[in-house]
Design a binder for this molecule. Structure first.
Ligand code: AVJ
Length: 341
């Protein structure tokens, strides 16, 4: 919990709280994750390591790709329904966002809340202190009636800090289908963590990608310009940069595979040849067969039914939901269920 370990910076309407164990994860966390992932069978690497400076830049580019419909579809839903999404509170709720990143889409909701209530306290949570500070500074400059308290911490620590500091009704936001990176049990654990931070009057606004034709899904994760391929391959470059790895990225191929049975798009890095790669910083020499893959990401796709199951298992119930005309993406408003789980 961000208490004594927390450092806090306050300037006018902007406060940044940095605390908890997450800041940062221990310096050898990446080496350890690479070591265990590449020694496992099948080989894997955790997708959270995509987002170094270069990876974050590439992800912003992905969001603008013609094939990557997720960002613009969710944004259109928020644009059309922001007022309804933030309506129904007696006074302005504290708006708490998990994984806020650059907070661009969130502006729709911030503006709607400012219009409806005249003032707002926005509480973004992100592991990256620099991204948090930059976006928070832009927001307070833009909106004179907005107050921002950012938490640079992991979700668990930050949510504990939020509950401790804000004794007012809250609207939690978890957008961008970020939930899709979690396997069902882990998604339920995360949703339970949020539910555990909620009071009966609080709400969770959750944005999720919907299941659809494989061709559309595979194109979204394997675009014609090759931006997603560079995003995936950047993980090998990052291992080279930070752990002295000897990966030759030209010897690996980016693949996006839709698994209908699991309702998810998997990203893989497939070795084009039989090879051995040294990673001194992780104490490793790893052999690859030709065609052998490293599984780097899952992006789960949902139906109304699987979302209902997630809500049930997490002790949450649906109050409202919005989708686009083509039913590509869905934004739902959940609250605590009446039965304890
Ligand atoms: C940020 C997890 C929602 O899964 O669609 C984009 C990440 N990976 N292209 C997604 C991603 C490849 C993205 N999320």
């Amino acid at each position: 919990m961000p208490t004594e370990a927390a450092t806090s910076l306050r300037t006018g309407r902007l406060t940044i709280i940095e605390g908890g164990e997450s800041v940062g994860e221990p310096p050898d966390a990446f080496a350890k994750a690479v070591r265990s992932g590449l020694r496992a069978r099948p080989k894997t690497l955790p997708c959270r390591y995509f987002y170094d400076d270069e990876g974050s830049r590439l992800f912003e580019q992905i969001c603008d790709l013609p094939e990557y419909y997720l960002t613009r579809t969710e944004d259109a839903i928020l644009r059309d329904h922001a007022l309804a999404m933030v309506a129904g509170w007696l006074n302005d709720p504290v708006m708490v966002e998990l994984g806020s990143g650059s907070s661009t889409k969130t502006r729709r909701l911030i503006e709607a809340a400012l219009n409806a209530y005249g003032a707002l306290h926005y509480v973004p949570i992100d592991v990256s202190r620099s991204i948090l500070e930059e976006s928070a500074q832009g927001l307070v400059k833009n909106y004179p009636d907005l107050q921002v308290t950012g938490f640079a911490a992991n979700y668990r620590d930050a949510l504990a800090g939020v509950v401790e500091r804000f004794d007012r009704p809250k609207l939690f936001l978890f957008l961008g289908s970020s939930l899709g990176n979690y396997e069902a049990d882990d998604a339920v654990d995360l949703l339970k963590l949020v539910a555990g931070s909620m009071d009966p009057g609080d709400r969770l606004l959750l944005g999720t990608d919907l299941d659809k034709a494989p061709a559309i899904l595979e194109a979204a994760y394997d675009d014609a310009q090759g931006v997603t391929a560079r995003f995936n391959l950047n993980l090998l470059d990052r291992i080279n940069r930070e752990l002295g790895g000897q990966f030759d990225r030209d010897q690996f191929e980016h693949q996006a595979r839709y698994r209908g049975d699991l309702r998810r798009v998997e990203m893989h890095l497939v070795s084009r040849v039989e090879q051995e790669v040294a990673i001194p910083g992780a104490g490793l020499k790893i052999r690859f067969l030709a065609g052998e893959s490293i599984h780097t990401e899952n992006s789960h796709k949902y139906t109304v039914e699987t979302l209902q199951t997630l809500a049930d298992r997490s002790g949450l119930v649906e109050e409202a939901a919005w989708t686009d005309p083509e039913h590509r993406f869905r934004v739902q408003l959940w609250r605590l269920g009446s039965r304890p789980i």
